[in-house]
Design a protein around this ligand. Structure first.
Ligand code: CP
Length: 299
């Protein structure tokens, strides 16, 4: 059987993605009820993080423990990657030792190079283009709160970067309507946008959220763009998601943010604790969806 990677949401069929999210819900119940579910007993996951992480790393590390396996965290500073060993050589070496590899690297091209050289499943833990693991948790969270997302209206407000690209792919795979509002010069990649006939760019945040069932944003300066933060503040200010903007959405709108958030920038100081926000549930679901993904790829 060919090895199964998870580099973007498009690597899996809509049915497979649905299966992963459904299993995440089962695993969440098992975990809540303290029932052992060690389907990955004796298996090892290597986790290469070339950028900081709290949620993704903990989700995989705690997830492997709960599934009966083991995760090994590898930072470039501690491995030969930091001293110039080619990423493809690292992929071949790790493939001799572990059952799967999670990798967070800014370069999507490096991720592809790694996956092509590896003979075990490779999971994208975020690149500058896509963050597919986050979308599994977002889709689980919406489904738990409001049921199927197919046909619903979703608004993405802010930087047309990796989270926006992932929402475009999710609109294709889960069949929802996506309106995107970004400052000029920060639109998503035109090719990615053109690949989805249910995603459109709109003129303003207000237009995007109008009657939306789900509103999503992300930081104005993602990792790697920190030096642009001051310059971006003025350009992004009209795209802040706050209580008044959410009032324009559907009455039972859900608000999600992948976190970490910058209060007072892309969200108002108080929005994360608004009753319409489900960001803590969303963060917790990173654990359950990543466990379901590991099971899907490894068993
Ligand atoms: N949302 C997310 O990926 O969080 P981390 O950067 O903490 O992993």
């Amino acid at each position: 059987m060919a090895k199964r990677d998870f580099l973007t949401l498009l690597d899996k069929s809509p049915e497979e993605l649905g299966e992963i999210v459904a299993r995440a819900c089962e695993l969440k119940t098992l975990q809540r009820d303290h029932k052992l579910h060690q389907s990955l007993s004796g298996r090892t996951l290597a986790m290469i993080f070339q950028q900081n992480s709290t949620r993704t790393r903990m989700g995989f590390e705690a997830g492997m423990t709960q599934l009966g396996g083991h995760a090994v965290f590898l930072s470039p500073g501690d491995t030969q990657l930091g001293r110039g060993e080619p990423i493809s050589d690292t992929a071949r070496v790790l493939s001799e030792m572990v059952d799967a590899v999670v990798i967070r690297t800014p370069s999507h091209e490096d991720l592809i190079t790694f996956a092509e050289a590896a003979s075990v499943p490779v999971i994208n833990a975020m690149t500058s283009r896509f963050h597919p693991c986050q979308l599994l948790a977002d889709m689980q969270t919406f489904a738990e709160l409001r049921g199927p997302i197919a046909g619903r209206a979703v608004a993405f407000v802010g930087d047309g970067y990796n989270m926006c690209h992932s929402y475009i792919n999710a609109a294709r795979q889960w069949g929802f309507q996506l309106k995107i509002a970004c400052p000029e010069g920060h639109e998503p990649d035109p090719q990615i946008l053109a690949s989805c006939n249910s995603a459109v760019l709109v003129e303003s945040a207000r237009e995007a959220v109008d009657q939306a069932d789900l509103v999503v944003t992300d930081v104005w300066s993602s990792m790697g763009h920190e030096e642009e933060q001051a310059g971006r503040k003025a350009r992004f200010a009209p795209y802040q998601v706050n209580e008044a903007l959410l009032d324009q959405a559907s009455r039972d709108v859900v608000f999600l943010h992948c976190l970490p958030a910058h209060r007072g920038e892309e969200v108002s100081e108080t929005l994360l604790d608004d009753p319409r926000s489900a960001v803590w549930q969303e963060a917790g679901n990173r654990l359950h969806t990543q466990k379901a993904l590991l099971e899907f790829l490894l068993t």
